[in-house]
Design a protein. Structure first.
Length: 336
């Protein structure tokens, strides 16, 4: 019989943590024991795994005794503070935050792209940024075919990427506006502006050069995952009133001559990616279809009319799954 593992989820009550529980269950991950950890606020709550109620415990430095694999998704500060305690207790940490993504001693992994890197870990493996993950699922096969040099991209990011509170905020704003409420009557606490019926061109804080941190992740994380130090990405990240699944419009320039035929062949063969591209029949990837689905979808593939050797395309993927919980569990699968 194969071995089974004591798994802990840090941030188990959050949007990603809840999904991690479901993904472990759905993929039949060999779990001998599941420990659910969150803040003191959630201690005593129960969550269900395989029909069994599990009581959420408060995260402490001593939470990791006997834990084999710890999936972290409670923000960068919590990861920085507690991941070393998990490693000291001999657990392998799969961290969904940005805390360790640029640490050269920590592999940054999308299993379909650079799964082999996971073997280099020294206790911690990082999960990439959600927008980067969704984008690379389509960009990587094209890079293999033609050699990407640089991309220009705009994202359309769902509110669930901000966390559980943002999902409630969008819902409450939509309800308030439907009731005719205006101005300060529209509840707002998570985002600096109303998100319902709006598009917010700020995801994350600004850097001195005018890009946001989130936008630069595509280039910096992309370089590590693609093993391509010269890869460049100019990105505008936009929050949109979509509950779930990020979409990205991309123009990519390549070293070698591109053809649509070769591009489709590469995309169709890529694991974890579906080609949905029949614009004449209004078939293209959309968050209403990619939400809740493991595979990312790519479509609207065309020769880029502004580049000598480029492709324009549109990719959509469930950022809580491929951008977070699913990718984390897939990394854990590489470990077992
Ligand atoms: P809690 O629900 O007890 O606040 P989201 O990003 O969806 O809001 O989820 C964040 C996750 O991180 C939640 O599970 C949250 O637990 C957890 N979390 C936040 N702060 C802490 C903390 N200080 N210690 C442990 N878990 C935390």
């Amino acid at each position: 019989m194969s071995k089974s593992y004591h798994v802990a989820i840090v941030g188990a009550t959050g949007a990603v943590g809840i999904e991690m529980i479901r993904v472990l269950e759905r993929r039949n991950f060999p779990v001998s024991k599941l420990t659910l950890l969150a803040s003191a606020r959630s201690a005593g709550k129960t969550l269900t795994f395989k029909g069994e109620s599990i009581v959420v415990q408060e995260l402490t430095e001593n939470s990791f005794a006997g834990v084999d694999i710890a999936l972290f998704s409670a923000g960068g500060g919590i990861s920085k503070q507690y991941a070393p305690h998990a490693v000291a207790a001999d657990a392998v940490v799969v961290d969904n935050s940005s805390a360790f993504r640029m640490d050269p001693n920590v592999p940054l992994v999308i299993p379909e792209i650079n799964g082999a890197d996971a073997a280099q870990h020294r206790g911690i493996i990082a999960n990439p940024n959600c927008t980067t993950a969704v984008t690379l699922m389509a960009l990587h096969p094209l890079h293999e075919a033609f050699g990407v040099t640089r991309v220009w991209a705009s994202s359309y990011q769902a509110v669930s990427g901000t966390g559980a509170a943002a999902i409630i905020e969008l819902e409450e704003q939509v309800k308030a506006i439907a009731l005719g409420k205006k101005g300060t009557e529209i509840p707002r606490s998570v985002y600096p502006y109303q998100i319902a019926f709006n598009a917010l061109p700020q995801v994350d804080s600004f850097l001195d050069d005018g890009y946001t941190r989130e936008e630069m992740k595509m280039q910096y994380e992309g370089r590590r995952i693609l093993h391509h130090q010269r890869f460049k990405a100019s990105v505008t990240c936009v929050r949109v009133p979509v509950y779930r699944a990020h979409s990205v419009a991309i123009s990519a320039e390549f070293e070698r001559p591109v053809s649509l035929e070769k591009a489709y062949t590469a995309l169709r063969q890529a694991p974890g990616l579906k080609v949905t591209d029949d614009p004449a029949n209004q078939k293209y990837p959309m968050p209403i279809f990619t939400a809740g689905q493991d595979d990312c979808e790519v479509g609207r593939v065309r020769l880029d009319c502004a580049l000598d050797n480029g492709l324009a395309f549109w990719v959509s993927g469930d950022q809580i799954l491929k951008g977070a919980a699913l990718n984390a569990v897939q990394i854990a699968e590489l470990l077992v």
